[in-house]
Design a protein around this ligand. Structure first.
Ligand SMILES: C[S@@+](CC[C@H](N)C(=O)[O-])C[C@H]1O[C@@H](n2cnc3c(N)ncnc32)[C@H](O)[C@@H]1O
Length: 201
């Protein structure tokens, strides 16, 4: 069977699945698969979702944390509101120093988990896109260190490239365990992968 055909079918599979389950993005499955495998989010958790629009990860997080948890979605763009009292959204640029404080103001307590799918539109210039993504991941890490409680978890999007090892080293300075994660729902062809840090210290 031609490889491209298989990949296209996989893409359509998650697209259809997300549509049927009423997730706002197929990306919801990347988070759900990672949590299923590594169990870094659980019922009752307080979650900060950076780069939340259109809201697929926020919905998936709400499903996991349940009615006793809390989810805050942050994005440059307005995220369509959710019909759930324990899900809030905030318009903000994660590169701005004051955003961490604004996030803290929304949370009922320090967060158990910070997830970040933040990404800009890709330029097609591989090195530029890689360094921009690492820059955004570094801002996400900075926010995580300011809003997470001890032993909390951090899950962030990165693109492969020369700066990834240094970024992993930075994550290791704050988390006892780190791991590179490529969920099945993430396109094999894409240079995207995620970094998971657990046991914030
Ligand atoms: C791939 S989308 C996230 C998809 C989301 N996880 C979902 O499941 O619906 C990336 C998001 O990052 C946001 N973003 C990019 N740069 C940002 C920044 N500096 N601060 C906050 N959000 C940003 C974009 O507006 C975009 O909505």
């Amino acid at each position: 069977m031609p490889k491209d055909w298989i990949k296209k079918r996989k893409r359509e599979h998650y697209y259809r699945k997300a549509k049927k389950a009423k997730y706002r993005s197929r990306a919801a499955y990347k988070l759900l698969q990672a949590v299923k495998r590594y169990r870094f989010m659980k019922p009752g958790d307080v979650v900060v979702d950076l780069g939340a629009a259109p809201g697929g990860w926020t919905q998936a997080s709400r499903k996991i944390v349940g009615s006793k948890g809390f989810v805050l979605g942050v994005d440059l763009k307005q995220v369509e509101p959710f019909n759930s009292s324990n899900v809030k959204t905030l318009i903000g640029d994660i590169r701005k120093p004051e955003v961490a404080q604004q996030i803290r103001g929304f949370l009922p307590c320090l967060a158990n988990v910070v997830i970040s799918d933040v990404a800009q539109n890709v330029s097609g210039v591989w090195e530029l896109d890689h360094s921009r993504q690492i820059d955004l991941a570094t801002h996400s890490l900075r926010i995580a260190t300011l809003v997470l409680r001890p032993k909390g978890s951090f899950f962030v999007k990165t693109f492969h490239g020369g700066m990834l090892d240094d970024f992993m080293k930075l994550v290791r300075q704050h988390f006892a365990h780190t791991k590179r994660v490529k969920p099945k729902a993430s396109r094999a062809k894409s240079s995207e992968s995620y970094v998971l840090g657990t046991k914030f210290e």
